[in-house]
Design a protein around this ligand. Structure first.
Ligand code: ZN
Ligand code: ZN
Length: 245
């Protein structure tokens, strides 16, 4: 494609996006007021996933290492999430995942990049958790990859978009409990293409039990990574899991 054509296209797409904004101005994905994808009031309601949490799996825990992680170290070194799942944070994820509002990815990615820069685990590549091909074709994009690309843009850390591949199978959302989630993802992933590096960051939109991140970390370690960290936009704090460490 010639440069002139690229310029023409980008001008056309800019005009188009201005036209779309004029006809459909952005609305808050949570309270539906016009102006921005998330308004200041809803932003203020979002609860950051802060301490006391397990330093490894980021589960609510009075101890720095929860019972589960003391008993069995997950394949990942440590994971973090920016927000507790719920309210406007959940609405942002649902907009990105189920309503096709990919325009919220930059603001979600910026928050995640902010946490990553503060946390500073020292990673040389960002790997998105892959989706099954059919689901991605239906949606048109993988939300984890969009978030990974935004984090990469803010931090200048390269994104290895094909480091893991996902085999077709039932969705994690359909699984009734933690045991079912762990069994469902156990063999769902395989090593993909490209070098992964010694220290890698996995990115996903939501963490529930950490089973998906654990399964992906296992694959990356078998492909040569020594340390695998995980970062999600939100973490679901299941009551049953929050009790007893
Ligand atoms: Zn709002
Ligand atoms: Zn833990």
């Amino acid at each position: 494609m010639t440069t002139a054509l690229v310029r023409q296209r980008s001008l056309a797409s800019r005009i188009w996006s201005h036209a779309v904004d004029a006809v459909f101005p952005p609305r808050c994905v949570s309270c539906r007021t016009f102006g921005r994808f998330i308004c200041d009031d809803c932003l203020a309601q979002m609860v950051r996933a802060e301490h006391p949490r397990c330093g490894v799996c980021w589960k609510l825990s009075a101890d720095s290492r929860c019972q589960h992680c003391r008993h069995e170290q997950p394949a990942f070194t440590a994971v973090r999430a920016v927000y507790a799942f719920g309210g406007p944070a959940r609405d942002l994820i649902h907009a990105l995942k189920y309503s096709g509002v990919s325009a919220v990815a930059p603001l979600m990615g910026e928050d995640m990049a902010g946490l990553l820069l503060h946390w500073a685990p020292g990673v040389s590549a960002i790997v998105p958790v892959p989706m099954a091909g059919l689901r991605q074709r239906r949606r048109g994009y993988n939300q984890s990859e969009l978030l990974a690309r935004e984090i990469g843009r803010f931090t200048a850390i390269p994104v290895a978009g094909r480091a893991i591949v996902r085999r077709a199978g039932p969705s994690q959302v359909e699984q009734p409990d933690e045991a079912a989630r762990r069994a469902n993802v156990k063999d769902a992933f395989a090593a993909g293409r490209g070098p992964v590096g010694d220290s890698v960051l996995l990115v996903d939109d939501t963490m529930t039990t950490g089973a998906t991140l654990d399964a992906c970390a296992r694959v990356l370690k078998s492909a040569g990574a020594e340390r695998v960290y995980g970062l999600t936009f939100a973490r679901e704090d299941l009551k049953a899991l929050a009790n007893g460490g």
